[in-house]
Design a protein around this ligand. Structure first.
Ligand code: ADP
Ligand code: MG
Length: 241
């Protein structure tokens, strides 16, 4: 479904992605781990088409992602991205946040958009919060609204960028549950997370990134039990301890 080939990206003199190659098949869950600053967010932003890169190619369902192409926006719509910091529209209620893309991007009639949005709020367990503004929601609730909003666009691939790192510990579980359910339903996804137990549980493949390079890539047990690089070992020891 997704193929990233030889991706290079720099910010000024800083090389952030250094020959990144990644494949994600339909229905697969790929978890990316790695220290802060290793390029994980930048990689997701490149895949979502939010970031330019100097070299390399990204293919989505066999089509090359090219900014100038007419297919670009459609491909962008097919890829959902959920950020660490929710990025909800503060002046809109939960349901309005979920409806927004349907009405503005998909030009859907409001009644129909509202029905779909309500179904999605149900799915993430928030139908009773439909008319609350983000300021009155907990972090976990905000993140679940953000997930519902992304799902409204019927993405074929979901990207999660540390979806629980901004949450109080007791709120992490409710967001992970939603992501876990999506995985069970067969959603294809890439999840950047530091929740190692969760990573082990949902990942078909795990990727370890360090300094813009994918150092390891493979089945969960292989990477966790037999990391090939010293840097992976050190990282895993730190994060699991
Ligand atoms: P991660 O998500 O793994 O923590 P990022 O992809 O956010 O890493 O960042 C990788 C590196 O790129 C970091 O050194 C970061 O400071 C730098 N960086 C990220 N975004 C920008 C930007 N817009 N301008 C300049 N440098 C950036
Ligand atoms: Mg990041």
């Amino acid at each position: 479904m997704l193929e990233v080939k030889g991706l290079y990206k720099s910010f000024g003199k800083l090389r952030v992605l250094n020959d990144v190659n990644l494949n994600v098949n339909k229905g697969e869950v790929v978890v990316i781990i790695g220290p802060s600053g290793s390029g994980k967010s930048t990689l997701l932003r490149c895949i979502k088409g939010l970031e330019r890169y100097e070299k390399g190619e990204i293919f989505f369902n066999g089509n090359k992602l090219v900014e100038k192409d007419r297919s670009f926006r459609k491909m962008q719509q097919d890829i959902g991205l959920v950020f660490q910091h929710f990025n909800l529209f503060p002046h809109m209620t939960a349901i309005q946040n979920v409806m927004e893309g349907l009405v503005t991007v998909k030009k859907m009639e409001r009644n129909r958009a509202e029905k779909i949005a309500l179904e999605l709020l149900k799915k993430v367990g928030l139908e009773d919060k439909r008319d609350e503004y983000p300021a009155r929601l907990s972090g976990g609730q905000k993140q679940r609204v953000a997930i519902a909003r992304a799902l409204a666009m019927e993405p074929k691939l979901m990207l999660f960028d540390e979806p629980t790192s901004a949450l109080d510990p007791e709120l992490v579980g409710e967001v992970l549950n939603v992501i876990r359910d999506l995985a069970k339903e067969g959603m294809t996804m890439i999840v950047v997370t530091h929740e190692m137990g969760f990573a082990r549980e949902i990942a078909d493949n795990i990727v370890f990134m360090d300094k813009g390079v994918i150092l390891e890539q493979g089945k969960v047990e292989d990477v966790f039990k037999n990391p090939r690089h010293e840097r992976t070992k050190v990282f895993l020891e730190k994060i699991i301890a």
